[in-house]
Write a protein that binds this ligand. Structure first.
Ligand code: C2O
Ligand code: CU
Ligand code: CU
Length: 504
């Protein structure tokens, strides 16, 4: 007969063994997840496919002088790999969309048709335009329906883009392939000796990450991916393993991070310097020499790289160096590296003009005439502690006034912050004056955990008390789960009218 203490000891020993086994199993699972979370295509990419250059969108000019474009949202199939047809979505085609191009001062109209099985929207990211034309979650287009926004382009030459914005499904719709560039031209930029032949020495570079499961696009978030979807390879303009032949000494790359969550740190494999000439909202005051540029989802940078005859260089994405702790860095994709695009110079290159010393004067507010300072605290749980509510106006601003917005990431994971309708100036960033790449016009800004920035914005209108614009984290799953708020531009003394809730 076993005495009670001995039985107790046996039970305790058994329990210990069980706990140990569990801990080991969990530890092994975590270790496996940890190492599987690290992705790299550096050195293994063959660059076998010529880069697809999205065609320029056709347009017609109607009797009133309005330039009219047509964008159809469609389903289709795309062969990312030869012989493997993948179901994708696109504008006027099966994946991505044409590059829309218009000049400052032009009136434009876009005939958007939704031929998808789901309701969606088309938002003009970076565009200054009336709220009802913005294509946010209040301008839903049902399957089979169309929507025809119209506005006058009134902002400097820049690289903008368009993509869907249905509340709760933006990540899904963009990841399936709905995105395109929207280029704005103006007279001051046309006079500058910059590379500007589309697809020749002025190349759109739409960078996305993706993952295939069999022949299907896989959108699953894997464990610990609070950041949202991360793919295991990159594509440029929908081409995987792309190369681009160049025939000019200077090549301008219009970089757009159209990924849903991935943050890139672009640099060349030989660490060559390049000139950054433009940010989200247009050209900088002067070219600035850099050897890397970080772009979080939604951000753009125009860079000019000098090529020597016959050489090859690879645009890469390097590890994220944003001071994240090792856990969130790994599970936010911060340890991942990618071979993005190979540039192949011809053996003889056309000579290019040297870049000018100065580009254009900036037209963004400087913060001195701000009538209000507001605070926006970012966490995955919402902005200023509140999740997005389509029927709640969070912020009302007065047409014709400037404001300063202090945006803080008070979360343990990376976020960014995008504001519709305006281009802002970064007054300070992480407690210091902004680095050169953040001195130009911006509409989206990256924020590492525990960093803050002050932005100067001006709301030139028009006022529309019944239709809000959005501000949000542009990591699209974060946006989908509610890291978004609404602001309305009103006339002095006017009240914002809360819109009705979900139409869908
Ligand atoms: Cu690029 Cu609210 O969007
Ligand atoms: Cu936007
Ligand atoms: Cu976020």
């Amino acid at each position: 007969m076993t005495s009670p203490p001995r039985r107790l000891r046996r039970i305790l020993l058994g329990a210990c063994a069980l706990v140990l086994t569990l801990v080991t199993a969990i530890g092994a699972a975590v270790a496996w997840t940890w190492s599987a979370a690290d992705i790299s295509t550096v050195g293994t990419t063959e660059f076998t496919r010529p880069l697809h250059i999205p065609p320029l969108a056709d347009s017609t000019v109607d009797s009133t002088g309005t330039r009219v474009f047509a964008l159809d949202m469609r389903t289709g199939t795309t062969e990312f790999e030869p012989g493997r047809a993948t179901e994708t979505w696109g504008f006027n085609g099966s994946y991505l969309g044409p590059t829309v191009r218009a000049a400052r001062g032009e009136r434009v109209r876009v005939q958007v048709r939704n031929q998808l099985p789901e309701a969606s929207t088309v938002h003009w990211h970076g565009m200054h335009l009336p709220a009802a034309m913005d294509g946010g979650p209040h301008q839903m287009v049902d399957p089979g329906a169309s929507w025809t926004p119209e506005w006058t382009v009134d902002q400097p030459a820049s690289t903008l883009w368009y993509h869907p914005h249905p509340h709760g499904a933006t990540e899904d719709h963009v990841r399936r392939g709905l995105a395109g560039m929207f280029l704005i031209d103006d007279a001051p930029s046309a006079e500058l000796p910059l590379p500007d032949t589309y697809g020749v020495d002025d190349i759109p570079v739409i960078v996305q990450d993706m993952r295939l499961r069999g022949s299907r696009l896989d959108g699953a978030h894997t464990v610990f991916r609070d950041i949202g979807f991360l793919g295991d390879r990159t594509m440029v303009n929908g081409t995987s393993s792309p190369y681009q032949e160049v025939g000019d000494e200077l090549v301008r790359l219009r970089l757009l991070n159209a990924s849903t969550a991935r943050i890139y740190t672009f640099a060349f494999d030989d660490a060559r310097a390049f000139a950054m000439i433009g940010s989200d909202g247009g050209l900088l005051e002067r070219p600035t020499a850099l050897d890397r540029i970080r772009l979080s989802p939604g951000e753009r940078a125009e860079i000019v790289v000098r090529m020597r005859p016959g050489e090859r260089t690879v645009l890469r994405s390097e590890k994220l160096a944003a001071g994240l702790d090792f856990w969130s860095n790994r599970f936010s994709g911060g340890d991942d590296t990618f071979d993005v695009l190979e540039l192949r110079a011809a053996s003889m290159l056309r000579s290019s003009d040297d870049l000018p010393e100065t580009l254009v004067p900036l037209s963004i507010p400087d913060g001195r005439d701000a009538v209000t300072q507001r605070r926006f605290d970012l966490t995955l749980a919402g902005i200023n502690g509140a999740r997005m509510d389509m029927s709640r106006i969070d912020t009302t601003v007065t047409r014709g006034t400037a404001e300063n917005w202090v945006v803080r990431n008070i979360d343990g994971m990376p976020h960014n912050f995008h504001v519709h309708d305006v281009q802002f100036r970064v007054l300070d960033y992480d407690g210091a004056p902004p680095p050169p790449e953040l001195t130009g016009a911006k509409d989206t800004i990256f924020l590492a955990p525990n960093t803050a920035t002050t932005l100067a914005l001006r709301f030139d209108g028009p006022a529309d008390p019944t239709t809000p614009y959005m501000y949000h984290c542009h990591l699209l799953w974060h946006e989908d789960v509610g890291m978004m708020g609404q602001f309305t531009v009103v006339e002095p003394g006017q009240q914002a009218v809360a819109p009705p809730g979900h139409a869908h």
